[in-house]
Design a protein around this ligand. Structure first.
Ligand SMILES: [Zn+2]
Length: 255
């Protein structure tokens, strides 16, 4: 009987030890820190944040030549009121639309909202190098999720300095096609100033685009030589690992 009890105590000790080691060995469930980006042409992206928030930004009018996004969104962001960035008519009813500019683009709207853990803020900027006198205002959207920051530059018309207004930039969506926005050389300057982990070029000439004044991405590619990754689709996941590799530009295929 006594021997039986001793066995039981041993078994209990073994169980407790096993339980503790199980807790020690079990990996802490890593948060799913993936961003999923899908390019719909021009400056339009579906962005799914690590919090699982579905964001659409800058949907273009169909006349620009792209098929347009599918599905519904937690929030739709509009950087400025030009037809190739603000086509909300084609979206499902009841979408929450956040505009960076008010009064048809005349004034800046200071956005600071939280959607299911994802923070969305704005930094005002200009569509040209002349304080907006030529092409008006533009909004830079900053999307923060799980400690990482994605910045969409809209139709930025001037270079940026690392002034702190944008804070740390992990993923940068940047126009490179010139004419209406910064060109390849200026885009490279912005990349060098902000030092993001991942760069996604946008707003450049593609076979489907009807905006003929834009340049193709070739010059930006050569300026970023050795740091360009060509992606065979219009969609890319971005995880922590990609952001730790130093600045790389991911050239997505047009939709
Ligand atoms: Zn514009």
């Amino acid at each position: 009987m006594e021997r039986f009890i001793v066995m039981n105590k041993l078994q209990l000790a073994a169980c407790v030890t096993l339980l503790f080691s199980a807790f020690l060995v079990l990996p802490v469930q890593a948060a799913d820190a993936n961003w999923q980006l899908t390019w719909h042409g021009q400056a339009c992206f579906t962005i799914v944040t690590p919090d699982g928030v579905r964001i659409l930004i800058d949907p273009p009018d169909p006349s620009v030549g792209f098929p347009g996004p599918a599905g519904s969104f937690d929030v739709v962001l509009i950087s400025h009121e030009h037809f190739d960035h603000n086509y909300t008519a084609g979206l499902p009813k009841g979408q929450r639309v956040i505009r960076g500019l008010t009064d048809g683009g005349k004034h800046v709207s200071q956005v600071n909202i939280s959607v299911k853990g994802t923070q969305i803020t704005t930094v005002p900027s200009f569509h040209d190098k002349n304080k907006g006198k030529d092409r008006g205002l533009n909004t830079i959207f900053v999307v923060q999720s799980k400690g990482k920051r994605l910045v969409h530059l809209g139709d930025l018309g001037h270079t940026l300095t690392p002034s702190g207004a944008l804070g740390k930039v992990d993923i940068l969506l940047i126009p490179v096609g010139g004419f209406y926005t910064i060109d390849a050389t200026e885009a490279k300057e912005v990349v060098d100033a902000l030092k993001p982990g991942a760069v996604i070029p946008m707003h450049y000439k593609t076979p489907k685009s009807s905006v003929k004044e834009l340049s193709p991405p070739d010059k930006f590619e050569s300026l970023m030589a050795g740091r360009i990754v060509k992606v065979s689709t219009n969609s890319i996941p971005i995880d922590e690992k990609k952001l730790k590799e130093g600045t790389k530009a991911y050239l997505l295929s047009p939709p």
